[in-house]
Design a protein around this ligand. Structure first.
Ligand code: SF4
Length: 347
């Protein structure tokens, strides 16, 4: 299927302007052309180094610029990370994401980080990291260690960006994303809505993502989690339907990407999460903590999935040569995950 490569602002705006039901119908139709509509990919996220970040992202409780109650933690030991990854695997996660609150990883920390990638990978899970800005060499060593995905968000439109972050530029972010691509890793890149931006900024963010030479494989759409002590803690709530619209437009203009329901899910009721899945969201973070903000408890997620008839995403069981053995192993793992998921749901 041909995927449209270049989107114009007017086209994306026109999608936002559609009546809600028309937009949902279009998003769901596009979704069905590319994905099983009843499957959702599940990732677990662990904060491997928490707080005291030198950047000034106004939404973030981990920034050292703001006074929040967050407990700072140094880089975790490799073994402790592996234990958490094993637990995540046992509860159905296929991908393990590790996040560190850094401007960029230091020379001293890189060897530990690379060990984490190798060892989580050896458990048979996909790996993802978010460590801040990367130069070409750092990106290459992560790729060589087996890192599958690198997360680096654009956060918002280029026009609104300066209202939110001043310590790194939009261009810095794009450069890191280029380094990640050049090293051969998959890209996880999205943004946050509800930060006081206008709809034109949500259009601008999605345009940036969809018009990349290769759109990100994974597009997290976060709803701002207001944390006391951060500059955005008093900002007005975004209309929940506008959040769903953003998901739907992301689905339509990035038809082959996984659109991830990310931070902010805690404040969404089940009906809103179901609408988000209908709009084409097909990936979630699963587990009790999403870096440093609460995430709906794993058990509640299992029950919701069961009520909606949603299954954890399975892999494509086809291929040839060496890929075949790998795919078979992956499919077996996926069947194991189904078992864990539904057993747990029946408790
Ligand atoms: S979002 Fe990331 S880079 Fe920005 S302050 Fe938080 S941890 Fe640091």
């Amino acid at each position: 299927m041909t995927v449209r490569q270049h989107w114009l602002r007017a086209d994306v705006q026109a999608l936002f302007d559609l009546p809600f039901n028309d937009l949902m119908f279009q998003a769901q139709s596009v979704h069905r052309q590319h994905f099983d509509p009843n499957e959702v990919q599940i990732s677990t996220l662990l904060s491997i180094k928490t707080g005291a970040c030198p950047e000034d992202c106004k939404y973030c409780p981990q920034s050292g610029h703001y006074n929040t109650d967050l407990e700072k933690e140094k880089l975790m030991k490799v073994q402790a990370v592996i234990e958490q990854a094993k637990e995540a695997k046992a509860t159905g996660a296929s991908r393990f994401c590790m996040g560190a609150a850094w401007r960029s990883p230091s020379k001293k920390d890189m060897p530990m980080v690379l060990d984490m990638v190798r060892e989580v990978k050896a458990l048979g899970m996909e790996t993802c990291m978010t460590l801040g800005m990367l130069d070409g060499q750092q990106a290459q060593s992560l790729a060589d260690a087996g890192l599958d995905y690198y997360n680096h968000n654009l956060d918002t439109s280029p026009e609104f960006y300066g209202e939110i972050i001043t310590t790194r530029t939009y261009g810095d972010r794009l450069e890191t994303l280029d380094n990640v691509r050049a090293a051969g890793m998959k890209v996880c890149c999205g943004g946050i809505v509800g930060m006081g931006e206008g709809q034109e900024d949500r259009v601008g963010l999605l345009l940036q993502l969809a018009n990349m030479a290769e759109p990100p494989e994974s597009v997290p759409i976060n709803m701002l989690v207001k944390v006391e002590g951060t500059p955005l803690d008093q900002i007005d709530d975004l209309d929940p339907f506008e959040f769903i619209r953003t998901i739907a437009v992301a689905r339509i203009i990035m038809p082959q990407s996984h659109v991830r329901l990310s931070a902010g899910r805690e404040t969404m009721n089940e009906q809103m999460q179901a609408l988000a899945f209908m709009a084409g969201a097909n990936s979630i973070f699963y587990g009790e903590k999403l870096l440093t903000t609460a995430n709906p408890e794993a058990h509640a997620d299992r029950l919701l999935f069961k009520r909606l008839g949603i299954r954890p995403e399975s892999r494509v069981c086809e291929g040839s040569d060496d890929a075949l053995a790998d795919n078979v192993r992956q499919c077996m793992r996926s069947a194991e995950q189904d078992k864990f998921f539904y057993d747990a749901a029946n408790q």
